[in-house]
Design a binder for this molecule. Structure first.
Ligand SMILES: [Fe+2]
Ligand SMILES: [Fe+2]
Length: 349
C-alpha cells in the first residue's frame, strides 16, 4: 500500500517517512503546495497545525479527494479535544498528537476503517474512540453540489463529536475555536451545532432529544450548497431577487435529504422549517405557532444567535450580549420562555 504524507512543515514529513518507510511505500507533499494526491494511495497521513487558517483552508479544498481514501490519519499539534474535533470535521478517520509513536501509527494504518478503534492516546491524553469514516463537512456540502449522496451516518458521527467537545470544553471555547478556523456556511454549520448542543444541555434534554437536535443542526443549512456563493457571501444588502433565492435553501435542503434516505421525518421537518416564526412571518410554508415543533423552536433560536455572532469576511461578529438582546426583541416570532432560557447559554455559558 502507498501511504501519502502531507504536512505543513518539511521536518514533519521527514519524521513520518522515517516511521513508515520500513513498512510502506510513501509519497509526500507540503500542504502549501496543493499537490495532487496519488490515485493509488491507500492511506493518507496529514500532519498540520489546525490553529492556522491557511492549513484549514487547504484541507477544506482537499476534502472531496480525501473522502475517497479509506484511512485518513490526522496528526495534530494541540493536545485538546477541540483540535481533534476540528480534525474529524475536516475528514479524519483517526487522530493522533504530534508525538505519536510508530506502533500506534502502524496499527491505525493496518486497521480497517469502520471497525471499532482503540482510543487514540498519547502522553496519557485520550481523544476518545476514533470510529472510522468521520465526515468532512466540506465534503458533505460538495456532495450536494455535485449530486452525490450524503453519508448520513458520517454526518451524525461528526455532530456527536461536536456535542462531546461542547459538553467537555464548554460553549465559549467551541465558539472561539470555530470562529478562528472556518468561514462561510461551513463555519455556520459548526457554530449552530455547537450552540444547539449548549442550549439542549442547559435545557436538560435527554440523550435521544440531544441526538435529534444535533442531527437537525448539522443538516439545517445543507440546502445552501445549491445557492451561488456570490449571493451567499455578498457583502451588504441583498436585493429582492437575491433574498428570494437564499430563501429557497430551506426547502432545497429538505428535498436533498428526503432523496438521501435515512433521515427521520422529524429531522426533515426541522431542516425545512428552521426559518419559520410563531407569528407566521417565516418561510417556506408560513407555519404558525402550533405547527412549529419544539425541535424547530430550539434550532431557530440557536441558528439566529450563531448567525449574529459569527465572523464573516464582510461582517464583524456581534458581541454576545447584543445578539441576545436582538433575540429578545423578536417578540411574537420566537417562543419567549425558550428565549429566556437561552440567556444562560448566550451570556454566561
Ligand atoms: Fe438557514
Ligand atoms: Fe442557518
Amino acid at each position: 500500500m502507498l501511504v501519502h504524507i502531507v504536512a505543513d512543515r518539511q521536518e514533519k514529513i521527514a519524521r513520518l517517512r522515517s516511521l513508515l518507510e520500513s513498512t510502506y511505500r510513501t509519497s509526500s507533499a507540503l500542504l502549501s503546495e496543493q499537490a495532487s494526491i496519488p490515485a493509488e494511495c491507500g492511506a493518507i497521513v496529514i500532519a498540520a497545525d489546525l490553529r492556522l487558517a491557511d492549513n484549514i483552508a487547504a484541507l477544506k479544498q482537499a476534502a472531496e479527494k480525501l473522502s475517497g481514501i479509506r484511512r485518513r490519519i490526522f496528526i495534530i499539534d494541540q493536545k485538546v479535544r477541540l483540535a481533534a474535533a476540528q480534525a474529524y470535521a475536516l475528514g479524519a478517520s483517526h487522530v493522533f498528537f504530534n508525538s505519536v509513536d510508530q506502533r500506534s501509527l502502524l496499527l491505525a494504518l493496518a486497521d480497517s476503517v469502520g471497525t471499532a478503534q482503540p482510543a487514540a492516546q498519547t502522553d496519557g491524553v485520550s481523544l476518545g474512540a476514533a470510529s472510522g469514516g468521520a465526515v468532512s463537512l466540506a465534503a458533505m456540502f460538495s456532495a450536494v453540489l455535485s449530486g452525490r449522496q450524503i453519508d448520513v451516518a458520517d454526518a451524525t458521527r461528526a455532530a456527536s463529536r461536536i456535542a462531546e467537545a461542547v459538553a467537555e470544553d464548554g460553549f465559549s471555547h467551541w465558539l472561539e475555536t470555530v470562529r478562528r478556523h472556518h468561514e462561510g456556511t461551513y463555519q455556520h454549520c459548526l457554530l449552530v451545532t455547537g450552540t444547539a448542543v449548549a442550549f439542549g444541555l442547559s435545557l436538560g434534554l435527554g440523550k435521544s432529544d440531544m441526538a435529534r437536535l444535533y442531527q437537525a443542526a448539522i443538516f439545517h443549512d445543507i440546502g445552501k450548497a445549491k445557492i451561488p456563493l456570490t449571493v451567499l457571501d455578498k457583502p451588504g444588502r441583498l436585493d429582492d431577487r437575491e433574498r428570494a433565492l437564499i430563501e429557497t435553501h430551506a426547502a432545497a435542503g429538505y428535498e436533498v435529504l428526503k432523496e438521501t434516505g435515512g433521515i427521520t421525518p422529524e429531522i426533515l421537518d426541522a431542516v425545512r422549517h428552521h426559518h419559520e416564526y410563531l407569528d407566521g412571518s417565516g418561510y417556506p410554508d408560513a407555519l404558525c405557532g402550533p405547527s412549529i415543533s419544539d425541535l424547530v423552536r430550539i434550532l431557530t433560536i440557536s441558528d439566529i444567535f450563531a448567525a449574529l455572532v459569527e465572523d464573516r469576511r464582510y461582517k464583524p461578529s456581534m458581541p454576545r450580549p447584543q445578539a441576545y438582546e436582538l433575540l429578545c426583541g423578536m417578540r411574537g416570532k420566537l417562543e419567549r420562555p425558550l428565549v429566556a432560557a437561552f440567556r444562560e447559554v448566550a451570556l454566561t455559558s
